[in-house]
Design a protein around this ligand. Structure first.
Ligand code: B1M
Length: 215
């Protein structure tokens, strides 16, 4: 892979125009989208998080960095999706209630699409009722929930409990993820799987889907 540190810098600096321009150049240079994301773009967002933690960055910088990351991801998404062949299965996914972070979730969506899944993306700040409605309407094999804040992580539990109460839990596999979420937490709240990152999530989704279809 070529040196794409300027793309890294563009994301850290929150420069969406340069991020898009350099991502385009990387595509034209034939870079593998997954490698570009995992080795350049995701580390840039981790650096943004570090700068926020040490109070060099504040919310406006987070917003700008998020926008710069998205500008690049939007260009890579169709390429990731095009690598899929047969529809592998259907996934309903969303960021849980109270949580506005969607960059990681969008990455998961792209990787799932790349793995051949039909993805119904419910967006951010998704209340339990919307997940339940989507399960009833779309009949997915998998429901994915993302949470990025320790204070919104409990919404995963609440959503699963609401799904149980509504009688829609048993027909689907549930995968959860996001920075504060752990394997242990996933087990504790009754999810079927924890996805540590987007590419692992796509691999696990294939297994879950096969299990759901076999059941
Ligand atoms: Co916020 N934020 N943020 N933020 N933000 C974090 C998460 C934080 C860790 C920053 C920090 O303090 N270091 C911190 C949370 C602390 C905590 O709870 N422990 C934090 C905070 C505090 C906040 C606010 C409260 C700030 C404030 O207002 N004072 C506020 C909350 C708003 C809300 O949600 N209600 C807030 C707001 C924002 C912005 C809106 C400004 C912006 C989001 C823009 C957007 O998403 N459109 C933002 C950003 C950008 C971040 C950081 C810097 C980057 C997040 C990100 O995109 N990471 C973040 C710091 C950090 O994470 N280092 C931070 C890159 C992304 C690729 O990784 O999302 O982890 P991630 O996704 C990974 C995996 O987790 C996994 O796969 C992805 C790809 O590999 N994954 C799944 C994710 N979902 C999955 C689902 C799966 C499977 C895998 O299955 C379904």
């Amino acid at each position: 892979m070529q040196d794409w540190s300027k793309l890294y810098d563009a994301i850290v600096d929150g420069d969406d125009k340069t991020s898009a321009k350099l991502t385009k150049e990387a595509i034209e240079a034939g870079e593998d989208p997954s490698t570009l994301i995992s080795e350049t773009m995701v580390p840039a967002m981790a650096e943004v998080g570090r700068l926020f933690e040490i109070e060099e960055y504040f919310v406006p910088e987070l917003l700008l960095a998020g926008r710069a990351m998205k500008a690049g991801l939007e260009l890579l998404r169709p390429i990731l999706a095009a690598s899929g062949v047969e529809p592998t299965g259907r996934i309903v996914i969303g960021t849980v209630k109270g949580d506005l972070h969607d960059i990681g979730k969008n990455l998961v969506v792209s990787m799932m699409e790349g793995a051949g899944f039909e993805v119904i993306d419910l967006g951010i700040d998704v209340p339990p009722e919307t997940f339940i409605e989507a399960v009833r309407d779309k009949k997915p094999q998998i429901v994915g929930m993302s949470a990025l804040l320790t204070v919104t992580m409990p919404a995963i539990k609440t959503t699963i409990e609401a799904m149980v109460a509504a009688g829609v839990r048993d027909g689907v596999k549930i995968m959860v993820g996001g920075a504060p979420v752990t394997e242990e937490y996933a087990r504790e709240v009754g999810a079927d799987a924890f996805g540590e990152n987007a590419s692992v999530a796509a691999t696990i989704a294939k297994r879950l889907c096969a299990e759901a279809k076999a059941a």
